[in-house]
Design a protein around this ligand. Structure first.
Ligand code: F6P
Length: 365
């Protein structure tokens, strides 16, 4: 018989994404209702566990949040209990292991298990928490859809929907002005958002981090369309897209962050180059955090709900060290270790790429 768990902590960490509130609601309702547990929300991801910032979640106070974006608990993509910025006597910032504070706060709040909702950085921290004796289960989230061991993460569908709408809107203005419109999407080192939005929105050129592009191929496609009377082109560039033999464009380095690099700028770079080579006016739209904000799609609400319920089942069955995952159409569980240390990126032989190629879409290679 599994040990009866009476009180669990719940945190959302890493970059926010639509669907987090669906998970919070599902965990709280399933845990307090079906399993008779108490749920303690931890504020701002691991920061709240380090600093002891907690609030009880009840069926009452999670009601009405399903359709809202963001996370009612707050989040942070900086605070790592094993590398936490602390000021020394000279006022300089040093990174310290503050797990003892986590353990003390966990015990003080009488928590018996932790549900951590996050991406690869959060799962890596959660794997370390487990090694140090905190019983945890994971829920995979990220708009980037790059978490290994699950077929899809919630948040991706909403980001993709926003990007697709963006491309639809750019389509009409591109066509009116006979311009090359470049839309830069998020996704870090994975091109899922760019690929799916590009295909869904009929992009002419899609540039992915996984397929380094050649500028001459990109320009050939623009000119080929031009010569056929299509005087505009739509380019979707993932923020991590890079030219063959070149590097990703880094916009900012944030030392305290789990993933220090912030990508961005490839869109403008391309616009300058295409304009110069093709003599056609280019404009750039960087979608940025619009892809992360706002109301989740129905798909993300459902996936978040299913993942939240699965996480509670894992806790009740004492299946610690596991993460909810979508495999095909079923929600199952995998070990958190399987999700850590490598990203799920777009394979060059991906079927969606192959289908797009059949329709004449260029990937700049
Ligand atoms: O991982 C999610 C994500 O939105 C990436 O697509 C993007 O590169 C990054 O986070 C942006 O991070 P921040 O919110 O810190 O600017």
């Amino acid at each position: 018989m599994p040990k009866k768990i009476r009180r669990i902590g719940l945190l959302t960490a890493g970059g926010d994404c639509p669907g987090l509130n669906a998970v919070i609601r599902a965990v709280t309702k399933a845990a307090t209702g079906e399993h008779g547990m108490q749920v303690i929300g931890i504020e701002d991801g691991y920061a709240g566990l380090i600093e002891g910032r907690f609030k009880e979640l009840t069926s009452f106070n999670v009601s009405g949040i399903l359709q809202t974006g963001g996370t009612i608990l707050g989040t942070s993509n900086r605070d790592n209990p094993f590398k936490y910025p602390v000021k020394n006597e000279r006022g300089e910032v040093e990174f310290k292991d503050v797990f003892d504070r986590v353990r003390a706060n966990f015990d003080k709040a009488h928590l018996e298990a932790l549900v951590a909702v996050g991406g690869d950085g959060t799962m890596a921290m959660t794997a370390e928490m487990i090694k140090r004796g905190i019983p945890c289960v994971g829920v995979p989230k990220t708009i980037d859809n790059d978490l290994a061991a699950t077929d899809v993460t919630f948040g991706f569908d909403t980001a993709l929907t926003v990007a697709c709408e963006g491309l639809d809107r750019l389509h009409t203005t591109a066509s009116s002005h006979h311009r090359v419109m470049i839309m830069e999407t998020m996704g870090r080192y994975a091109g899922w958002i760019a690929l799916y939005a590009g295909v869904a929105g009929g992009g002419d050129i899609i540039l992915l981090p996984e397929l380094p592009f050649r500028l001459d191929k990109v320009c050939d496609k623009v000119m080929e369309r031009h010569s056929k009377g299509k005087r505009f082109s739509l380019v979707v560039a993932a923020e991590g897209a890079k030219p063959e033999g070149g590097e990703m464009v880094v916009r900012k380095v944030i030392k305290e962050s789990t993933d220090q690099l912030r990508l961005g700028g490839i869109g403008q770079q391309l616009a300058d180059q295409i304009e110069e080579r093709c003599g056609i006016e280019c404009r750039v739209t960087v979608l940025g955090h619009l892809q992360r904000g706002g109301s989740p799609t129905a798909f993300d609400r459902i996936l978040g709900t299913r993942f939240g319920v699965k996480a509670v089942e894992l806790v009740a069955a004492n299946q610690f060290g596991r993460m909810a995952a979508l495999k095909g159409v079923h929600v199952e569980s995998v070990t958190i270790a399987e999700a850590v240390g490598h990203l799920r990126r777009v394979e060059p032989d991906n079927e969606v790429i192959a289908a797009a190629r059949m329709l004449g879409t260029s990937f700049g290679v």
